[in-house]
Write a protein of this length. Structure first.
Length: 162
């Protein structure tokens, strides 16, 4: 089992075979989920990118729809790529754009009834698939030591990506 050093960071030399097996299981499960999700989107008549866009619009917190910048952040795309994706989704009657009520410089995106229907068709099965990934993630997290808590006034330890 891996252990944290004095800063709470696990180093490569400290990882065990079990750590690598857990990482492999998790990454493989994520890839399977992604491939499965892409196939499901295509079967529903959407591109995988359109499906991700619909989830990002619907999952945006708050009363107002997300801005294009919000969506670019959620989808990890550049602004102009997000605009192109929204253009194609709007042409397919999946989303619509409106100006923000309080700031006319902002454009808000919302789902159309067709977009809602497609998302509703896909979401339940996706949640079921994610529930199957939960035990793998829980095992991976449970077997990793918690990072040390810094003393008051001390900076947090650097986080190392898995």
């Amino acid at each position: 089992m891996a252990t944290a050093n004095h800063r709470g960071v696990t180093t490569m030399a400290e990882l065990s075979q079990t750590d690598y097996e857990n990482l492999l299981a998790f990454r493989t499960s994520l890839r399977r989920f992604q491939r499965w999700s892409q196939d499901q989107a295509r079967q529903a008549g959407l591109t995988p990118a359109q499906h991700q866009l619909l989830v990002a619009v619907k999952g945006h917190p708050g009363r107002s729809g997300p801005t294009i910048s919000d969506l670019a952040s959620y989808l990890m795309l550049r602004h102009h790529s997000t605009v192109e994706l929204i253009d194609r989704a709007e042409d397919a009657d999946l989303v619509s754009r409106t100006r923000d009520d309080h700031d006319g410089r902002l454009t808000r995106v919302s789902l159309t009834s067709r977009g809602e229907a497609r998302l509703h068709q896909l979401a339940p099965a996706h949640l079921d698939e994610l529930r199957q990934l939960a035990p793998i993630l829980a095992r991976l997290v449970a077997e990793r030591p918690a990072p040390e808590t810094p003393a008051p006034g001390q900076p947090s330890p650097e986080r190392q990506p898995l």
